[in-house]
Ligand binder design. Structure first.
Ligand code: GAL
Length: 422
């Protein structure tokens, strides 16, 4: 054997030893794989479609679609916490981009850094920078976003409004002015549901009354809850609630059941995230614009209050290979365009094929590009869990007598405790 051939062979062996470990890091996934979320029942079709695709791609994986029912993750988050702290993480789990991810699981060192995956998949310029920022710390990037949902949307049925002689209100004052007309017609002006949906309404009212700068300043620790405009906002919120079903059946209604009341004409309006569009189109089979209408919640025209569902790789995941394969699908253009047209959300990616989406989602996508963007409190974007979970107490204090000053004082105290105010 010539020296040259020998050195070529040696070089080839060396190259192989370098390549093989890189390949071995990502084995063809197989075995049990658990995806944990709160997308149960009516909320399930979009996730199921993605799982169907995943199972087609990886027939050796058995997916356990583990869901804990309860809108906005109220119950799922508690179960997740018990499991994570007990050393039994799911292989991957739904988590909101922003503080719910960073302030809870990243600071506790429970997630793997996904920089390698973003590098490998070339994702750095595929998502908006603002969204990547919500998923990142100086140390890395911690989950893969599957969607963008909008929180500040008001829903109604156009034909019903016409029948009652009202128009979708541009401001909350307009809404308060039409409230008696609707009540006299035997219609609930604004329908709400179980506790978290009251908070959901609140964030739209707060955005309207405080504006983009005021809202952002609250979370940056640059504004006090005891400021006059915040106290006045609580007062306005109380007046709005007087035009709702809060003292009737609200506590017994899921967000879907509240939406049903708009559709069947028992109620005129509902403020809910655009998963409601997913429900009305995918589950109820309604046509956007005919079966239901929408507009930004009153006083928030030109502002898009966003949230994003994402999935990550918890440290100690039993089926790491399957999780990585799942995240790749989730972050791909194809994956996002399978999931989002059914979910009511738009793709987190910048290159999705909008022709696959209905007219509601196309309008949301246009607003996402053009509007001022702010983050949702209720859906994990802007405040650490120490604040957002305690916000329920603030709301309880408010609802117990509609005392605006008491609610502001309580929120101020919690903002200090959570480190937002210093
Ligand atoms: C949000 C979540 C949405 C939808 C909604 C209602 O927190 O981001 O995807 O599931 O809750 O449950």
């Amino acid at each position: 054997m010539s020296k040259r051939l020998l050195s070529l062979m040696l070089a080839a062996v060396l190259a192989l030893t370098l390549v093989v470990p890189a390949l071995a890091q990502e084995n063809e996934p197989s075995g049990e794989f658990e995806i944990f979320s709160w997308w149960a029942g009516d909320e399930g079709p979009a996730l199921q479609a993605l799982i169907d695709k995943f199972e087609e791609m990886y027939p050796d994986v058995t997916v356990n679609n583990a869901t804990v029912t309860g809108g906005s993750g109220v119950n799922a988050r508690a179960v997740l916490k018990t499991r994570m702290l007990g050393g039994d993480p799911p292989d991957t789990f739904q988590v909101h981009a922003g503080q719910e991810l960073i302030g809870t699981w990243v600071v506790a060192d429970r997630m793997e850094d996904l920089t390698f995956l973003y590098d490998e998949e070339g994702w750095w310029d595929k998502f908006p920078q603002g969204l990547l920022d919500l998923l990142s710390t100086d140390e890395g990037i911690w989950s893969v976003p599957v969607n963008i949902h909008r929180s500040n949307v008001m829903w109604y049925v156009p034909a019903n409004l016409e029948k009652w002689g009202v128009e979708a209100p541009a401001t909350w004052d307009d809404f308060l002015a039409m409230c008696p007309t609707l009540q006299e017609a035997g219609v609930t002006p604004l329908v709400i549901g179980e506790n978290w949906t009251v908070n959901h309404l609140w964030e739209s009212v707060a955005l309207s009354e405080l504006g983009v700068d005021g809202w952002n300043a609250l979370w940056a620790g640059e504004k006090h809850w005891t400021d006059d405009d915040v106290v006045a906002m609580w007062e306005k919120f109380g007046q709005i609630l007087e035009c709702s079903n809060i003292n009737e059946d609200a506590a017994t209604l899921s967000w879907q059941q509240a939406t049903d009341k708009v559709i069947n004409g028992e109620a005129a309006f509902n403020v809910m995230g655009d998963w409601a569009a997913g429900y009305m189109v995918t589950t109820l089979g309604l046509e956007p614009g005919e079966g239901f209408g929408w507009q930004p919640s009153p006083g928030t025209q030109g502002v898009f209050m966003m949230l994003s569902d994402s999935f990550g790789l918890p440290k100690g995941a039993k089926n790491r290979d399957a999780t990585i394969a799942w995240l790749k699908l989730l972050g791909s253009r194809e994956g996002q365009d399978i999931f989002n047209p059914l979910k009511g959300s738009i793709a987190a990616r910048l290159d999705s094929d909008l022709s696959l989406y209905n007219t509601y989602s196309q309008a949301a996508a246009a607003d996402w590009k053009e509007n001022a963007i702010v983050g949702s409190l209720v859906h994990g974007a802007v405040a650490p869990e120490a604040f957002s979970s305690e916000f329920a107490t603030v709301m309880e204090i408010f609802l117990n007598g509609y005392n605006a000053q008491a609610a502001s004082n309580a929120a101020e105290a919690i903002a200090y405790q959570a480190g937002i105010l210093k």
